[in-house]
Structures are given as structure tokens and as C-alpha cells.
Design a protein around this ligand. Structure first.
Ligand code: SF4
Ligand code: SF4
Length: 350
């Protein structure tokens, strides 16, 4: 018989830092999604609406599912937090996007775990066995299952927090038909702390655990394809891809463990680059820099749009001079949407 303990031991061998098992049930926390969508907090993320039914219960993703094996992988490195990085002329890029794209890296590890599970099934378990492996992009509310798999709790900043490891964790899961022994759920340990709610620069955390994505810098700089609404542009500061502030201020992230995995270490060009340096890169160069990186999600025009706003906020003379330049090597900078942000930035800087 395949046991939870054997699966967890194999997950550790494959490089996952955490692994737990949740029963495939419709937990009460899953039901909040439809209320959240009704509030309009998903913004332009239409895929959230399209997949809402499946996100309500993993058994809608895999009929006959009995267990969700959830893994956690530390991606923190030794670089300082954005809030401790001096200089408004230095681009802020979310910590998870500095190295290789976690979707690709973890999918390969998760598939290896699933292959091992298939090969380890007892003859009586083989018939009817089915499974799905997802890294973030599946129609699964993985943080809820991570909590019920004992990996931690969902903090007021909406991140999964492990009491020992903090929240710099990639989550990935295998939904399967095996009735594995479940873990005890993680217990809430935010207590009376409200640091994340107070630190959010846009008030996106409307209340404990309730994120209005349309105000969140992660959404505005990554998911949003159209113009960034003007009232939010100043709050963007130097953020050009995502935002880590509500995690950086969390008490559970003040001495977090670091990963030695080379895949998560910052690429040279993404290690606290200056805004001017990023803007001056040609489109071909930016494509090469972000190849195989999660940053590709913002597309070149999205990245240029974000850079323009960040440069406008920086008031850095060198970056502003770069913004005022034209180059045939930067066709993405000529897109109408990008140009509107460039004009805004130059006007803001006077
Ligand atoms: S990621 Fe940034 S903008 Fe979004 S909720 Fe956290 S602190 Fe606020
Ligand atoms: S900052 Fe405080 S309230 Fe926010 S997630 Fe961390 S412990 Fe919870």
C-alpha cells in the first residue's frame, strides 16, 4: 500500500521542502471565491470567473478525487527586501520572479513525484487510479488545500504561511484518487497582528484575508493588460513586476530560511537592476533576459508600461532621459498604451 509517509519522503528526495495531504473535500473557505468574484475583486482575470465552478471543489477537476498532495518549495534568497533596498531608481521585482520560471521547474519535479506514485501503487490500487498535477495555473484554490494539508495557514495577507519557514513558498499539488492518510490542518497564527494590512501601499487588503486585486500592485503590473488607472500610478513606486511588501513586513518572514537551489537565484540582469538600465535594453535583449522566467507573463508592452510609470515616480534624471529617447530597437516602447504611460511619466517629472 502506498502511504502518506512514503509519498512525503519521496517528495523530500525530489527537492520539495514541505509536503502534506489534504482530503479532497469542499472546505468552507472554498465557498468565499464566488462572493469575492461578485465583489469584482478579480478585475480583468476572466479565467477566474470561467473556472469558478471547478475552483469550488477539486472533485469537479478530478471526479473520484480522494486526496490532494500539496508541496511547498522555499524560493527565498539572500538578497534584501524591497523595503530595505535604497534608491527609487532601482527596479522592484517580486522575489519569486528573479530566477527560473517556477511553473516549468516545479512541474517537472511534480511529474517525477507522480511517476513514482504510479510506479509504487500496489496491484489493488492500480485499477481506477487517476491524478492531476498542477503548479499554480490549475483551477484549484491551492492555499486552502495547503492549509488543510498542514503546511501552514492562510494569513491576513492571503499568503500561505508556515510557522517555521514563513511564506516565501511555491505551492504545487497532485490531486489523486488514492485515499491517503490526511494531515491535521494548519492553525491560524496571525493573532492580533495587522502589519500587512497597514503596509499595503494601495489598501488592496480590504480586510483580513480579503484582497481586492484591482488595487494590488501584483495585479496592476502583471495581470492587467490595459492602462494602469492613474490614481494607482504613484503608489506603484519602483515596482515593475509584482510586489512583496505584505510578505516582507510579516513577522514570520523576518529570518526566513534561504534556498540554495540555483534555479531560484537572481539572474544577473534581474538582481536589483536600475530602471534606466532596464528601459535602455532593446526588445530583443529584454526577451533574452526574461526567457524561461515568470516575468514573461507581463509581456514586453506590460513591462515597458510598468517601467515608464516607475521612472515617472523615481524622478531619476538618467532614467527620465532614457524615457525621452527613441530607438528602433525598442518597438514595444512605441505602442500606444506604453506611450501614454511615457507621456504621463515625463509630465509628472516636469
Ligand atoms: S502585494 Fe503589494 S499591493 Fe498587493 S496586497 Fe500585498 S502589499 Fe498590497
Ligand atoms: S503581517 Fe501579521 S497579519 Fe499579516 S500575514 Fe503576517 S502575521 Fe498575519
Amino acid at each position: 500500500m502506498l502511504t502518506s509517509d512514503r509519498v512525503k519522503a519521496k517528495a523530500r528526495d525530489l527537492g520539495f521542502d514541505l509536503c502534506g495531504v489534504a482530503p479532497a473535500e469542499a472546505f468552507p473557505e472554498l465557498a468565499f471565491l464566488s462572493e469575492w468574484l461578485d465583489l469584482g475583486y478579480a478585475g480583468e482575470m476572466a479565467y477566474m470567473v470561467r473556472t469558478a465552478d471547478r475552483r469550488a471543489d477539486v472533485r469537479a477537476v478530478l471526479p473520484g478525487a480522494r486526496s490532494v498532495i500539496v508541496t511547498g518549495t522555499i524560493y527565498n534568497t539572500d538578497r534584501p527586501y524591497s523595503t530595505d533596498t535604497p534608491g527609487r531608481d532601482v527596479a522592484r521585482i517580486a522575489r519569486y520572479a528573479w530566477g527560473d520560471d517556477y511553473h516549468d521547474v516545479l512541474k517537472a519535479r511534480l511529474e517525477a513525484l507522480l511517476d513514482w506514485i504510479r510506479a509504487s501503487l500496489a496491484p489493488s490500487e492500480v485499477e481506477g487510479f487517476d491524478a492531476r498535477a498542477y503548479v499554480d495555473t490549475g483551477p484549484v484554490q491551492e492555499r486552502v488545500y495547503a492549509q488543510y494539508a498542514g503546511l501552514g495557514w492562510i494569513g491576513k495577507n492571503t499568503c500561505l504561511i508556515n510557522p517555521e519557514l514563513g511564506s516565501w513558498l511555491f505551492l504545487a499539488e497532485i490531486i489523486c484518487t488514492l485515499p491517503l492518510e490526511p494531515d491535521a490542518q494548519g492553525l491560524e497564527q496571525c493573532g492580533s497582528c495587522t502589519r500587512c494590512l497597514e503596509a499595503c501601499p494601495t489598501g488592496a487588503l480590504r480586510e483580513a484575508g480579503v484582497l481586492d486585486s484591482t488595487r494590488c500592485l501584483s495585479y496592476l503590473t502583471i495581470e492587467l493588460r490595459s492602462a494602469i488607472p492613474e490614481p494607482h500610478r504613484s503608489a506603484l513606486g519602483a515596482h515593475v513586476y509584482g510586489c512583496d511588501i505584505c510578505q516582507e513586513v510579516c513577522p514570520y518572514n523576518q529570518a526566513p530560511p534561504r534556498s540554495g537551489d540555483p534555479t531560484w537565484q537572481p539572474r544577473a540582469g534581474l538582481d536589483r537592476p536600475r530602471l534606466a538600465e532596464l528601459w535602455r535594453r532593446s526588445d530583443a535583449d529584454l526577451r533574452a533576459l526574461t526567457k524561461g522566467s515568470a516575468m514573461r507573463r507581463a509581456k514586453l508592452t506590460g513591462l515597458r508600461r510598468n517601467l515608464a510609470v516607475a521612472i515617472g515616480n523615481s524622478a531619476d534624471p538618467d532614467a527620465l532621459a532614457a524615457l525621452a529617447q527613441r530607438s528602433p530597437d525598442w518597438p514595444s516602447a512605441e505602442e500606444g498604451m506604453v506611450q501614454e504611460h511615457v507621456d504621463w511619466a515625463l509630465e509628472r517629472a516636469g
